[in-house]
Ligand binder design. Structure first.
Ligand SMILES: [Zn+2]
Length: 266
């Protein structure tokens, strides 16, 4: 009886997180996209996402995007957590001096806090390349979520980094969820890479993560990206397929009795 009560009380938590940014991916692959379209992709992606999202989530926003659409960000902040996703999405802290990073992050954090009228606690770096944790802590961040603890060819190999929530330089680090042991990623691409089988893939990963699941997605996942000159696996099944799989995933989590939470609550 006691065992039954205890297991009922331990509810798995799902933290959905979305990186809200100017869509500069084509530029990363040496193809052009005009400034206006770069913002609109994420703006309309947000609109689609908000249309289906009826659970709380965390949105990591660039200051650039927030200044362009302050009303939208304010609206999102009413039911969700807002974190910082850099000043500009092209910011790369590996090429930046500590002084420059300090200046840009201080400015960006203040600008978004002014829009939402709340303190920002969380940070996620563009492309998962975080600045110095000591700097983030000094700037008042409580956690960083710029770690995808798996191997992404051409990007990073984090196979041997910690998979669970931990502290580094006094800052709480909340890694994206992966499959335990084999470390298959569970981020945005996996939600659509395997067509309808993507849902099964995400369900298995969610079951295997016993206490909580941290999902990393983007509003632009919900837009049709086929016309852009970016690698096929990034544009594959964007838009409608993604929308369907993600909607079914939320429904499945609810049926399983999992709770949804924002990342600041960890
Ligand atoms: Zn990003």
């Amino acid at each position: 009886m006691l065992k039954h009560m205890v297991s009922d009380n331990v509810m798995k938590k799902i933290a959905l997180s979305f990186d809200v940014e100017e869509f500069d991916l084509p530029r990363e692959f040496n193809s052009d996209i005009d400034d206006e379209e770069m913002y609109q992709i994420s703006y309309y992606g947000c609109k689609k996402l908000l249309n289906l999202l009826d659970v709380p989530a965390t949105f990591f926003v660039t200051a650039n995007f927030a200044k362009k659409y302050p009303k939208l960000i304010k609206e999102i902040s009413e039911k969700n957590e807002i974190g910082l996703h850099a000043d500009e999405h092209k910011d790369n802290y590996e090429d930046m001096s500590c002084d420059e990073a300090n200046e840009k992050l201080t400015k960006a954090k203040k600008e978004i806090e002014k829009i939402i009228n709340k303190k920002i606690k969380g940070f996620r770096a563009p492309r998962f390349y975080p600045p110095d944790y000591k700097l983030l802590k000094k700037l008042g961040f409580e956690y960083d979520s710029s770690l995808n603890p798996c191997f992404i060819p051409g990007r990073y190999n984090n196979m041997f980094k910690k998979r669970k929530i931990h502290f580094n330089e006094g800052l709480k680090v909340i890694p994206a969820s992966v499959y335990p042991v084999i470390r298959f990623p569970m981020t945005f691409l996996c939600f659509r890479f395997f067509n309808r089988f993507s849902l099964v893939y995400e369900k298995i990963g969610t079951v295997l993560n016993k206490e909580y699941v941290i999902m990393v997605l983007h509003p632009w996942d919900f837009m049709d990206l086929r016309k852009f000159k970016i690698p096929f696996f990034i544009k594959k099944n964007s838009g409608e397929v993604m929308y369907g799989v993600f909607k079914d995933y939320i429904k499945w989590c609810k049926n399983k009795g999992y709770g949804f939470t924002t990342m600041e609550k960890f």
